[in-house]
Design a protein around this ligand. Structure first.
Ligand SMILES: Nc1nc2c(ncn2[C@@H]2O[C@H](COP(=O)(O)OP(=O)(O)OP(=O)(O)O)[C@@H](O)[C@H]2O)c(=O)[nH]1
Length: 357
C-alpha cells in the first residue's frame, strides 16, 4: 500500500494507476484525459438513448454476471452435495467474504443455515436461495428510488464522488429518467476544475435536451452554482442536478469547495440541497467503505448510487455498504447507456447477484 494515507489513496494524483479487481484498497479512478474524444464528440447519441432491446431484469442479470459467476462457481465447488458441518460452514463464510458481501452478511447466512440444516446434506442451489433471501432482507430497507418531491423549485440534487466514479454519467441518466416523467430538468457543471467534465455534461445536456449551466475551466464552482440556482428558479425548473469536482489538491481543498457549494445553495434556499448523492464505482470493492466515510465527513450524504456493477465481480459490496451505513441506495448502474441506470430493487438485485432467475 502506498504511504499516501487515505486521502492520497482516494483522490491521489495522475500517477496513481488503476487498481485491479484484486486490489482492495487502491482506488481505480484515474483522471480521464482532457481530450476524451468519445465523450465530447458523442458519435452515437441515438444509440446511448435508444430504448433497451432487453428488459431491465435481463440487463441487470447480465450486468451482474461477473459477480454472480464468482459466487455460483465458488458455491458449486464447495457444495456438490456436502454435509453441512463446521468445516463446510467455515468454507462458506470465507467464500461469502471474498465476494465482498461483508462479514455481517456472511455470518447471518451461515448462522441461519447452521440453525436449520446442520448435519444434513446441502447443495449449492439451496444455499443460493437462502443467500438471496438474506441479501434481499438486508437490502429492502435501503432500496429507495430517488423520488424528488419538487416542492421547492428547483429541487436541488447535489452529486458528489471521486473522479471517474460515474457522477456525470449518472446525472445524464437521471436527467433522462426524470425528463421522461415530464419533469423540467436543468444541469449545473460544478466541476469547473476539468474542462472534459464540463464538456461531458454538455453532451448529456444535448442528449437529454436539458440546459447546462457552465463556466470556463478554473472558475469558482460556488459562484457558478449560485447563478445556476437563480437561473433555474427563474425558469421554474422542477429539478437541478449539480455536478461537482471529485479531486482537488488535497482533502481540505475538496472539503472547502463542497462546503462552499452547499453554503451558496443554502443562501438561496435553506432547505437545499434536497438530496446529496454519493456516486460510488463498484469496481473499487471494499474501498467504497472509505469513500463513504470520507464524503460523509465533508457533506451530508443522503443516498448512494453504485455504478459499473457490470464491470466487476465485486457487486456484493453493495450489500456490505447497506449493512454498515444504512444509507438509501437510489439507483445502480450496469452499463454506460441511459437505460443502464435504474431505481434500485432489493429483490431483483439479490436474485441476480446469486445467479437465480
Ligand atoms: N460500464 C459502465 N461504465 C460506466 C457506468 N457509469 C459510468 N460509466 C463510465 O465510467 C466513466 C466515468 O464516468 P463519469 O460519469 O465521467 O465519472 P465522473 O465521476 O463524472 O468523473 P469525472 O468527470 O472525471 O469527475 C465513463 O466512461 C462512463 O461512461 C456503468 O454503470 N457501467
Amino acid at each position: 500500500m502506498s504511504g499516501k494515507g487515505l486521502f492520497g489513496r482516494l483522490f491521489g494524483g495522475k500517477s496513481e494507476t488503476a487498481a485491479t479487481e484484486a486490489d482492495a484498497v487502491a482506488v481505480p479512478p484515474v483522471e480521464a484525459p482532457e481530450d476524451e474524444a468519445v465523450l465530447v464528440d458523442d458519435p452515437h447519441p441515438a444509440e446511448i438513448l435508444a430504448e433497451a432491446p432487453q428488459s431491465w431484469l435481463s440487463r441487470l442479470k447480465s450486468g451482474l454476471t461477473k459477480s454472480s459467476s464468482k459466487l455460483t462457481q465458488g458455491l458449486g465447488d464447495l457444495f456438490t452435495k456436502r454435509k453441512l458441518d463446521d468445516e463446510a460452514l467455515e468454507d462458506l463464510e470465507d467464500l461469502l467474504i471474498t465476494t465482498d458481501l461483508g462479514v455481517g452478511t456472511a455470518a447471518r447466512v451461515t448462522k441461519r443455515l447452521a440453525k436449520t440444516r446442520f448435519g444434513q446434506d446441502v447443495g449449492a442451489e439451496e444455499i443460493k436461495q437462502v443467500l438471496a433471501e438474506e441479501v434481499a432482507q438486508i437490502l429492502a430497507p435501503v432500496a429507495k428510488p430517488l423520488q424528488p418531491a419538487c416542492v421547492a423549485r428547483p429541487h436541488v440534487v447535489l452529486v458528489v464522488g471521486v473522479n471517474g466514479s460515474g457522477k456525470t454519467t449518472t446525472i445524464g441518466k437521471m436527467a433522462k429518467h426524470f425528463k421522461d416523467q415530464g419533469k423540467q430538468v436543468a444541469l449545473a457543471a460544478g466541476d469547473t476544475f476539468r474542462a472534459a467534465a464540463v464538456e461531458q455534461l454538455k453532451v448529456w445536456g444535448e442528449r437529454t435536451q436539458c440546459p447546462v449551466f457552465s463556466r470556463e475551466t478554473g472558475a469558482d464552482a460556488a459562484g457558478l452554482v449560485f447563478d445556476a440556482m437563480a437561473e433555474s428558479a427563474k425558469r421554474g425548473d422542477d429539478l437541478l442536478f449539480v455536478d461537482t469536482a471529485g479531486r482537488l489538491q488535497n482533502k481540505a481543498d475538496l472539503m472547502e469547495e463542497l462546503r462552499k457549494v452547499v453554503r451558496v445553495i443554502k443562501k438561496q434556499d435553506e432547505t437545499a440541497p434536497h438530496d446529496v448523492l454519493l456516486v460510488l464505482d463498484a469496481t473499487v470493492g471494499q474501498n467504497a467503505h472509505s469513500q463513504v466515510e470520507v464524503f460523509k465527513d465533508m457533506v451530508d450524504v443522503t443516498g448512494l448510487v453504485l455504478t459499473k456493477l457490470d464491470g466487476t465481480a465485486r457487486g456484493g459490496v453493495l450489500v456490505a455498504l447497506a449493512e454498515k451505513f444504512a444509507l438509501p441506495v437510489h439507483a445502480i448502474g450496469v452499463g454506460e447507456k441511459a437505460e443502464d441506470l435504474r431505481p434500485f430493487d432489493a429483490n431483483a438485485f439479490a436474485r441476480s447477484l446469486v445467479g437465480l432467475d
